[in-house]
Design a protein around this ligand. Structure first.
Ligand SMILES: [Mn+2]
Length: 460
């Protein structure tokens, strides 16, 4: 990191870097704003914050990652931006961005600036972010409803309330203040849950890059490597292929580390005879893949590992078969769970008849631990309701979800055969719901026992 001042650098010519180019295409974002505009109707306004840079430690920052909803509607990825959408009004799409500042840009990177924001992102109007407080009353005057993500950006909440208060006081001069607030997260979630062509294109690419990272890790795996070496290899391929990096902290856990659901220390040595669990996904254009595979470090399952693995694989496959239009995330869970519990019973880890086991969560939850699906998209746990009025919502074409059953046997589980104590197995695929049946987006990464044994260590 550069720490010396360089006052004499020439002013940076504005060149739009690759990462800022709106991809897929401006038309995708325009169509999304159009759908949202139709949903909220004339007389409403939507306000979203693009997110701020976050401090990692002292005065160094994490790489900026925009707010998913903001990016979904604008394509813009810069800290400190705000968008306003007002259906049927002029300007209908307004952006507030950081002003150009040659000196600041020498230190912390290029800025789009209001002028380019209009040209590149199709805004009808754009101002420096410092003018937000002054412009908001004018933009909200006459809007009956304001859509805002509740409790997301306190400073923005305060500015919106200040603008509303200002309009309220000026009612006797003819200003009309908004009287209703609605949660923009719910609004955006219901649009994001059905993937449009742009979202699906980005998601397919994210999943494809994720798969290539997993394939590289499978091929390179051998006893004596460390978890962080597999992590580095995965993420090397993510970045090599143009991804901005993992969409969430990569999990590489061997032995009983695999029983820790969100294990991210990734510091242990891979031992002969152990399994290793990798749960990792690459981000592309702010959409992320989410793949989990579990496989033997040495390339050969022990008979006991194979039996346990076969149960989880059967549950994963049963869950995928259940991923049909009209089915629900709940019914996928129950199909997976029935398969897992049948297997636990066959292994002698739980007693009794299957229906009795399934009725008593306390008997199996220590082994199964978590639900088996979440929506997938711009966020790894993506936006959108799972149920309405406590009823699970039916799956529709265009939804993407994960199916990820697992079994976890604690290191101190005295019921389990000694060689399975401290074992975690999870198999996770990303599935697109379609009228013709589920499409497994993650099919490139093998999960069958024979395929895994053939590929693990093949390039070690
Ligand atoms: Mn997942």
């Amino acid at each position: 990191m550069v720490v010396t001042a360089a006052w004499h650098l020439p002013m940076l010519r504005f060149v739009l870097p690759l990462t800022q180019q709106p991809s897929p295409s401006p038309a995708v974002y325009r169509a999304r704003r159009q759908r949202i505009a139709e949903r909220i109707g004339e007389g409403a306004a939507l306000i979203l914050h693009g997110g701020q840079s976050r401090i990692r430690s002292n005065d160094t920052e994490h790489r900026f990652r925009p707010d998913s909803n903001f990016h979904y509607l604008s394509g813009l990825s810069e800290p400190g931006a705000v968008l306003v959408v007002r259906p049927g009004r002029d300007p209908e799409f307004a952006l507030f961005v950081r002003p150009r500042d040659p000196q600041a840009e020498i230190w912390s990177g290029r800025r789009i600036g209001p002028e380019q924001a209009r040209a590149v992102y199709g805004a009808d109007a754009a101002w420096p972010i410092g003018e937000l407080a002054a412009q908001l009353p004018r933009l909200l005057d006459g809007c009956a409803t304001v859509h805002l993500p509740f409790a997301a950006y306190e400073a923005l909440d305060r500015q919106v309330f200040a603008a509303i208060d200002h309009l309220r006081r000026r009612n006797r001069y003819g200003d009309v203040a908004p009287e209703r607030l609605e949660d923009a997260r719910a609004l955006l979630g219901e649009d994001r849950i059905i993937k449009d062509a742009g979202a699906l294109g980005s998601l397919r690419r994210a999943v494809d890059i994720s798969a290539r990272g997993h394939l590289a890790a499978l091929r390179a795996c051998r006893p004596g490597l460390y978890e962080h070496e597999l992590e580095a290899l995965l993420e090397y391929h993510f970045r090599r292929l143009g991804s901005s990096g993992p969409g969430y902290g990569s999990i590489v856990g061997t032995g009983d580390n695999a029983t820790i659901l969100h294990y991210v220390d990734n510091c242990c040595r891979l031992e002969e005879g152990h399994l290793v669990l990798i749960d990792a996904g690459a981000e592309w254009d702010y959409f992320t893949g989410d793949i989990t595979r579990t496989f033997p470090v040495s390339g050969r399952f022990t008979p006991a590992q194979r039996d346990l693995y076969a149960i989880v694989l059967a549950a994963n496959e049963a869950g995928i078969r259940e991923a049909q239009v009209g089915s629900t995330v709940d019914s996928i869970y129950h199909v997976c769970l029935r398969t897992l519990c049948q297997g636990l019973r066959d292994l002698g880890l739980v007693d009794g008849d299957l229906d009795g086991i399934l009725e008593d969560e306390a008997r199996y939850i220590g082994y199964t631990r978590h639900r088996h699906s979440h929506w997938l998209g711009a966020d790894v746990h993506d936006a959108g309701h799972y149920c309405f009025h406590r009823e699970p919502r039916p799956l529709q074409p265009g939804m993407v979800l994960t199916i990820e059953p697992g079994l976890y046997i604690a290191a101190d589980d005295e019921r389990a055969p000694a060689e399975l104590r401290g074992t975690g197995i999870r198999i996770e695929d990303d599935v697109l719901i379609q009228a013709a049946g589920p499409e497994v987006l993650t099919h490139l990464v093998p999960k069958g026992i024979d395929e895994l044994e053939a590929i693990v260590g093949s390039e070690a």
